[in-house]
Design a protein around this ligand. Structure first.
Ligand SMILES: Cc1ncc(COP(=O)(O)O)c(C=O)c1O
Length: 363
């Protein structure tokens, strides 16, 4: 069986696979409403929030766009602290909607540094919001929201804090209410071990207040509509019912395990994998202190072409890993460890990495 180790879509547990073979149901019936309610309640447990969470039938990028179009107007001054391609993408969405974007870029492979955040915030006089990618999937870096959130929240303009945790939430501890995050976006195909197709977005009371004054035109992603339909545990348009079945099944498994255990597994297996990579003599892209619990980036050994390496892994060893993005395209490989995976899956990756490197030497 293929060992799928790209950072989404991730493999599905048997119970989730089984849920996908169920007959579809009416999205306006009582059966659906019960499922919707269960999904939102279980998501709130993992988001650690009492805020409403809306389910968009769309991928994570749509969740990021939804976060831009609902709470702002053209010309609003916002800061993006970015350290890779997904941060770049979100900043680009905001620019296209006419926001006044100040993008502070940190080098790829490093995290957003709190000292710089503090310095920038101090000299920013007009500020409506701060945007940050929790887990920069393009490089495998985790940003420390525990350190950054209090800095944002102490700014005199009371900016909103918007966070993309598409590739970490569900597997990593990010307590929305405790950290006073206003908008928190994730997507079903990552640590949630469900099919691709649903983006989840949680919205604070302050953000809902801002929503009333937003002048950006929108329809499908207008959260006012989602809010209205959520009262009936429904969505405004036809949702991806089967994907929601998968999310329901996955969340039930995750809830049964308990969030602390799920978070611990991701941290422990990250550390295990990194240690094994080092033992092989390979170099990691990211320092331990800011390493992502869900995706690990590795420099190929000198002289090894990353695309050739990945091709060999895929075609001969049935292990599928990702390449680099942005400035790291063609330079690194990335291995995901999120959602439905075990130490055994990682051991198989490690074995395949070792074997394939020996094979490359012989080519
Ligand atoms: C951090 C992050 N943000 C946004 C996205 C975009 O999500 P999607 O591909 O579901 O649109 C991804 C996808 O990998 C991601 O990792």
């Amino acid at each position: 069986m293929t060992n799928l180790r790209i950072p989404g879509p991730t493999p599905l547990p048997p119970q989730v696979l089984a849920s996908l073979s169920k007959q579809v149901i009416s999205h306006r019936g009582r059966g659906f409403e019960k499922i919707y309610q269960e999904i939102v309640t279980n998501l709130q447990y993992f988001y650690q929030t009492k805020n409403p969470i809306y389910l968009l039938t769309a991928s994570g990028t749509a969740g990021l766009e939804t976060a831009v179009v609902n709470f702002f107007s053209p010309g609003d001054s916002v800061i993006f602290f970015t350290c890779g391609e997904f941060g770049n993408r979100w900043a680009e969405i905001a620019r296209r909607y006419g926001l006044n974007v100040n993008q502070i870029k940190f080098p790829e492979g490093t995290s957003v540094k709190k000292e710089i955040v503090q310095e920038i915030l101090k000299k920013t006089k007009k500020l409506r919001a701060v945007f940050i990618t929790h887990n920069e999937t393009g490089t495998g870096v985790l940003n420390d929201l525990f350190a950054i959130s209090p800095l944002v929240k102490s700014h005199p303009n009371k900016p909103l804090l918007l966070v993309d945790s598409v590739s970490a939430l569900g597997g990593v501890n990010l307590p929305m209410d405790k950290l006073k995050i206003d908008v928190l976006v994730s997507a079903s195909q990552k640590a949630w071990m469900s099919s691709p197709g649903i983006s989840m977005i949680a919205v604070s009371k302050d953000a809902r207040e801002r929503q009333k004054n937003s002048k950006i035109p929108k329809y499908y992603f207008d959260l006012a509509l989602y809010e209205k339909f959520a009262e009936k545990n429904q969505t405004p348009a036809t949702p991806a019912v089967s994907v929601l079945f998968s999310l329901q099944a996955a969340l039930a498994l995750m809830k049964e395990e308990g969030r602390e255990k799920v978070f611990k597994k991701h941290l422990e297996l990250r550390d295990y994998f990194r240690a094994e990579i080092r033992k092989m003599g390979l170099k990691l892209v990211v320092a331990d202190i800011e390493a992502s619990p869900t995706v690990t980036s590795i420099w190929p050994p000198t002289g090894v072409d990353e695309a050739l390496w990945r091709k060999l892994l895929r075609e001969k060893h049935d292990v599928v890993i990702a390449g680099g993005m942005g400035g790291l395209k063609g330079k690194i490989v990335r291995v995901a460890h999120m959602g439905y995976f075990s130490k055994k899956d990682l051991d198989l990756v490690i074995l395949a990495l070792k074997k394939s490197l020996l094979e490359i030497k012989k080519i």
